[in-house]
Design a protein around this ligand. Structure first.
Ligand code: GDP
Length: 455
């Protein structure tokens, strides 16, 4: 147990039906007992874990509010320590006053993420699970929730621990060979060792390869809506957003800069950018907008290239088609309620997916949603599979993978076993720091500093 007993508001910083003050540490229940008087006169000190009492919060001899005190006894709590949660009416003032009373009774303010950090330090979860708590809190769509929840349940930890176990076996064998070269050590021959190391490298590689799509599913997909002026980009954006945020007008060049909006599309979150119409212009402001539109197109994970089917294709349209090559892009052939004048075959031959739509009449939106999911690979995405959640985890995997590949090559080339073992051990160290079994305290502090207070 950490020596300080900490407290913070666990619920959001806004008025609500209920506000919860969480206290954790050796003295959590004693402190709660000083500010909470149960209706039946009994003390919290004698209350078993997982039990609640109804009563009142008393501060400076005055009754502040009705409350429910919920007691958890170490190690059976979120943090692994004694915990008491006081639920009061969720007015900001009441919550603040209750917290103040808890501080006066001996608790200290919790730092950002300190409850989860204690859970990690007390062995209730590893680092990947702790990171998934932050992801779960910020999740905006169902896919994000599922993926973060699976990580919290240990899907990534289990995968990494499996790889670690096999590498540790290799390391033990290699060390035995080095220490007792004359003994017969039959456990693993060179081929078995090589196979284990290369399989570990491949497992890590597949986690790394899926990182981008995993992140896209969890954090949302940066989507650029591009096309020449008047193609219907803003109308499409409004259709997807479901409210009139972008300026819609038939005067060319009105969306001069980028308008951004996030929308939920089924299980996915799209971060949409409605860009300036692509055309040659002498207007300085507009030309900057056009430049930014191309930048956005290059950066985006998904491009919705909008074409006006009612007009002949222009040089800008052809340039746009060229720019979309090699990108995840969908051609939106718009204004199908009007006569078709554009060379549709040219567009359909350049894009894998084309959607014929009338953005104005809100037609074909279902097809558009399906096309987006297909293009991004959401339909095949398995949220129950382990997914790397951030750059830190990815870097650890990459470094470990590189050590494994190097160890494998060294083994094949007949380099001494102790040299091979140094590489295997280096890979093991990286994976231990990934899960936090051997993490540097600065890394740990940095992870939890990004949490909110009260989590
Ligand atoms: P942007 O410059 O590409 O953002 O184009 P806007 O969304 O501002 O649309 C330009 C004009 O085309 C507006 O008058 C829209 O109402 C009109 N428009 C957009 N989509 C359609 C459509 O599907 N059919 C028809 N008939 N008009 C459309």
């Amino acid at each position: 147990m950490m020596e300080k007993t900490i407290a913070a508001v666990a619920t959001g910083n806004a008025a609500g039906g209920i506000g919860v003050i969480r206290i954790s540490g050796e003295k959590a229940i004693e402190i709660a007992d000083k500010v909470f008087k149960s209706a039946d006169g009994s003390s919290l000190l004698n209350l078993e874990g997982y039990r609640a009492k109804f009563g009142n919060i008393v501060s400076d001899g005055k009754m502040l509010d009705n409350a429910v005190a919920l007691v958890f006894r170490a190690p059976k709590s979120y943090t692994g320590e004694n915990v008491c949660e006081l639920s009061v009416h969720g007015g900001l003032f009441i919550v603040e006053k209750t917290l103040e009373a808890v501080f006066k009774a001996g608790a200290e303010p919790a730092e950002a993420g300190e409850f989860t950090k204690r859970a990690f330090l007390n062995g209730k979860m590893d680092l990947t699970q702790a990171e998934s708590v932050a992801d779960l809190i910020s999740a905006e769509g169902e896919t994000a929730v599922q993926a973060s929840f699976n990580a919290l349940q240990g899907s990534l930890s289990n995968k990494i621990n499996g790889i670690l176990d096999s590498l540790m076996d290799c390391s033990a064998n290699l060390a035995a060979w080095v220490d007792y070269p004359d003994e017969e050590i039959p456990d693993m021959d060179d081929t078995a060792l090589g196979d284990t190391i290369i399989n570990a490298a491949r497992d890590l590689k597949s986690l790394i390869v899926n990182y981008d799509s995993g992140r896209a599913m969890v954090q949302g997909i940066d989507t650029a809506i591009v096309g020449r002026p008047n193609a219907g980009k803003s109308t499409l954006m409004n259709l997807l957003v479901g409210k009139n945020k972008s300026i819609v007008t038939n005067i060319e060049g009105t969306t001069r800069d980028i308008v951004e909006e996030s929308v939920r599309l089924g299980n996915l979150v799209l971060h949409l950018s409605d860009t300036a119409g692509l055309r040659k212009t002498n207007d300085l402001v507009e030309s900057i907008g056009v430049e930014r539109a191309y930048e956005k197109l290059d950066e985006a994970m998904l491009v919705l290239a909008v074409f006006d089917s009612n007009r002949k294709l222009t040089k800008e349209d052809l340039k746009l088609i060229e720019h979309c090559k090699g990108k995840k892009a969908i051609a939106i052939i718009n204004k199908i309620d009007l006569t078709q004048r554009a060379d549709i075959d040219l567009i359909t031959s350049a894009f894998e997916k084309c959607i014929f739509i009338s953005a104005k009449k809100a037609e074909s939106t279902k097809e558009l949603e399906e096309a987006i999911k297909d293009t991004i690979g959401a339909s095949q995405f398995d949220t129950s599979a382990p997914i790397l959640a951030n750059q830190r985890q990815k870097r650890c995997c990459e470094t470990a993978m590189n050590y494994c590949f190097e160890a494998h090559t060294s083994l094949i080339m007949g380099i001494t076993r102790d040299a091979v073992n140094v590489l295997v051990d280096a890979a093991i160290d990286e994976l231990l720091s990934l899960t936090g079994r051997k993490a540097n305290i600065e890394v740990v502090n940095n992870i939890f500093s990004k949490f909110c207070v009260g989590k």
